[in-house]
Design a protein. Structure first.
Length: 143
C-alpha cells in the first residue's frame, strides 16, 4: 500500500470529524494516509521528502496510526486516544464489562449509535462501534 500526504482539504475534513466526534480540535502532526488508514507524522521529513521517498521506495506506513476513515466516521486506533486525550464519546466500563470486552465479547450499552472510546477506570482500552445498543467488539476472541 502506498503512503500519501493528506491534502489541506481532507485534513480539514478529518479534523472537523475528530472535533465533532471526540472533542479533538487539533493535531500537532502532519497527516498521512495509507489506504483508509490515517496516520500522524512528527519526524524530520517534510511533505516533499515523504512524497519523494514514497515514489521511489515501497513504504507501507510511517508514523503513528490515528485510525481508519470509515463510511460513517473515523474509528480511532486503540492506542491513539492515550496520546491525544479525547473529551467526547467516551464510555466508562464497569469491571465486568471491561472483562467481557477484553475477552472479545460484545457488550450492551445504552448510548446513541457511532464510534466510541472505551475506558476502564483510567485506562483507555479500545474504540469500537455501537449499534443496536451493543458495542461490536473487534478484538479477536480468545480460543
Amino acid at each position: 500500500m502506498k503512503i500519501k500526504v493528506i491534502s489541506k482539504g481532507e485534513e480539514k475534513e478529518i479534523l472537523n470529524s475528530l472535533k465533532k466526534d471526540y472533542g479533538i480540535s487539533k493535531l500537532p502532526y502532519m497527516l498521512i494516509k495509507s489506504g483508509n488508514e490515517i496516520r500522524s507524522w512528527s519526524g524530520a521529513m517534510n511533505k516533499e521528502d515523504i512524497k519523494t521517498i514514497s515514489k521511489e521506495l515501497k513504504i507501507g506506513s510511517i508514523g503513528i496510526p490515528i485510525g481508519t476513515k470509515e463510511k460513517d466516521g473515523i474509528k480511532l486506533n486503540p492506542d491513539f486516544p492515550s496520546i491525544i486525550k479525547p473529551i467526547k464519546k467516551i464510555i466508562d466500563l464497569s469491571d465486568k464489562q471491561a472483562e467481557k470486552y477484553l475477552k472479545g465479547e460484545n457488550i450492551k450499552v445504552n448510548k446513541d449509535k457511532g464510534y466510541y472510546i472505551l475506558r476502564h477506570k483510567k485506562d483507555l482500552i479500545g474504540c469500537d462501534k455501537l449499534s443496536s445498543k451493543e458495542i461490536n467488539n473487534t478484538i479477536p476472541k480468545r480460543v
